[in-house]
Ligand binder design. Structure first.
Ligand code: PHE
Length: 328
């Protein structure tokens, strides 16, 4: 019986079955208990010897059951730990890496180009006063040129700036010439939105003021920018145009070769000219000349990258955004 019982105890797969074995041998009606009960039928000398034997058997079984129980418990803990453990050799879950928006990349590139040419960078308020957006820039009240820059007005008469040019005036009010300045930033117009028009867009403004600054310096500055962007083959074109805050005024375009298609074309970018004397008068400057130009940054991102619709820039569509990570 001892051998048999020990084998069963050793093989018990879990605490419940171990308990069953215990009951079968050592319980009230267990085999060992039964034997103890039978001792009464024996002669006293036999009874003593048998009694000792059965008690030894009992304590051997109890010890074996105790050990088996502890072994099962240790095993359960081990399994639990194993199931909760972390496999540090598994490859990690990769985080998706973001990137800068194409507009940001192009703007940074432009800033880099102009900073390398010695320009300062300033930014200004998007909600402007009528004075800075129009009046100080030589758009008098009721001037028809205001109609070309319809925008959004607040009830207290302020305006969402229609261009970055108001920063020309703000900057000149607080700085003395000579200086070279660029102003990147958002502008707004009351546009019917379509593939090439949005009610909000970005401009880069440039203003250079000093002694004897000329139209040749203006053309040189635009050409420097064009060369930095498109390489040596580029050309710059100025065509007469009217903006109240410059005289003479022009629209400028850059000759551009698309490296993907080989196609060559003029990329009409924006306006430029020599700062109008009335603008210098508004900020109290005398004895200086200067040039200014300004253009929409979207065009510079849309056309070279072949983006068919300006609205893609503002829809946060990852299929669009992912294409231009690190593109500039
Ligand atoms: N501010 C003008 C526009 O938005 C562009 C411009 C800037 C023209 C500087 C001349 C000089 O249309």
């Amino acid at each position: 019986m001892l051998e048999q019982a020990l084998r069963e105890i050793e093989a018990a797969p879990d605490p419940q079955q171990l308990q069953d074995i215990r009951v079968r041998y050592l319980g009230k009606r267990g085999m060992v208990t039964q034997e103890l009960k039978r001792l009464g039928a024996l002669r006293p000398d036999e009874r003593r010897e048998a009694g000792q034997r059965i008690n030894r058997l009992k304590s051997v079984l109890e010890e074996a059951i105790h050990e088996r129980r502890e072994a099962l418990e240790r095993e359960a803990v081990r399994r639990q730990l194993e199931s909760e453990s972390v496999d540090v050799t598994l490859p990690g879950a990769r985080l998706k890496q973001g990137g800068l928006h194409l507009m940001t990349l192009v703007t940074h590139r432009l800033i880099e180009i102009f900073v390398s040419l010695g320009y300062e960078v300033a930014v200004g308020p998007e909600l402007e006063t009528d004075y800075y957006n129009f009046t100080a820039l030589n758009f008098p009240q009721e001037h028809p040129a205001r109609d070309t820059q319809d925008t959004f007005f607040t009830t207290d008469g302020r305006v969402m700036r229609t261009h970055t040019s108001p920063m020309q005036v703000r900057y000149m009010e607080s700085h003395r010439p000579p200086f070279r300045l660029i102003v990147p930033g958002r502008a707004y117009r009351n546009e019917a939105v379509d593939v090439t028009h949005e009610a909000q867009f970005h401009q880069l403004e440039a203003l250079v003021v000093g002694e004897r600054i000329t139209m040749a310096d203006l053309k040189g500055a635009i050409t420097e920018m064009a060369t930095a962007l498109f390489g040596r083959d580029t050309r710059t074109r100025l065509q007469p145009a009217y903006f109240p805050f410059v005289e003479p005024g022009a629209e400028f375009a850059i000759w551009w070769t698309n490296p993907r298609t080989g196609e060559q074309q003029w990329l009409e970018l924006g306006g430029c000219g020599m700062v109008h004397p009335n603008v210098f008068r508004a900020v109290g400057y005398e004895g200086v000349t200067g040039f200014a130009f300004g253009f929409g940054i979207e065009r510079l991102a849309l056309i070279p990258f072949g983006i068919p619709d300006i609205r893609h820039f503002y829809q946060s569509d990852l299929r669009v955004l992912n294409q231009f990570r690190g593109a500039v």
